[in-house]
Design a protein around this ligand. Sequence first.
Ligand SMILES: Nc1ncnc2c1ncn2[C@@H]1O[C@H](COP(=O)(O)OP(=O)(O)O)[C@@H](O)[C@H]1O
Ligand SMILES: O=C(O)C1=C[C@@H](OP(=O)(O)O)[C@@H](O)[C@H](O)C1
Ligand SMILES: [Mg+2]
Length: 163
Amino acid sequence: MKVYLIGFMGAGKSTVSRLLSSKTGEPYSDLDSRIEEKAGKKISTIFQEDGEASFREIEVSTLKAAEATIISTGGGILYFDETGQWMRQNGIVIYLHAPFKELYARIKGDQTRPVAAKPYKELEALFNKRNTAYKEVAHHVVSVSNRTPESTVKEIISIIQNS
Ligand SMILES: Nc1ncnc2c1ncn2[C@@H]1O[C@H](COP(=O)(O)OP(=O)(O)O)[C@@H](O)[C@H]1O
Ligand SMILES: O=C(O)C1=C[C@@H](OP(=O)(O)O)[C@@H](O)[C@H](O)C1
Ligand SMILES: [Mg+2]
């Protein structure tokens, strides 16, 4: 059974997948890291040189090829309408949720996330749109607001054990 972590930039998907893997001994794969390895360049360079549409194609094919048990996605994983259903059919989908302001504080000025360079209001609108989509796709919503990754991982382990 695979576990897909979804949520907005800064939710802690990459951090939590790493920790969940070390606590459970199950392998993990961070899609952004895999994409950078495969492409031989950083996400921000892919956006600049090839454009977002090209990144999204690589992202969804990397998702479908991922062999690890624990998979941390990027915030834009629901770019194509059918991807959410595909994840639901292939594993447990967990949405790491926090209010936008909290996430914004974590990602603002981060040059490695090209989408985070959008103006505040635009980013907030994107969060609102994606928040609805993440909730529709997720089997479980886990709050990551004012919480340590360790505590989040404990809750996820209990969800997995009860699934
Ligand atoms: N529970 C948390 N509380 C506070 N900061 C966190 C937490 N989890 C992650 N962070 C920080 O937020 C930033 C984004 O984390 P990351 O794991 O890269 O998120 P994502 O993969 O969802 O974009 C990092 O700087 C990380 O250290
Ligand atoms: O929200 C997005 O559109 C993106 C989020 C990033 O992943 P994180 O959610 O891990 O930052 C990364 O995939 C890319 O920069 C695009
Ligand atoms: Mg990440």
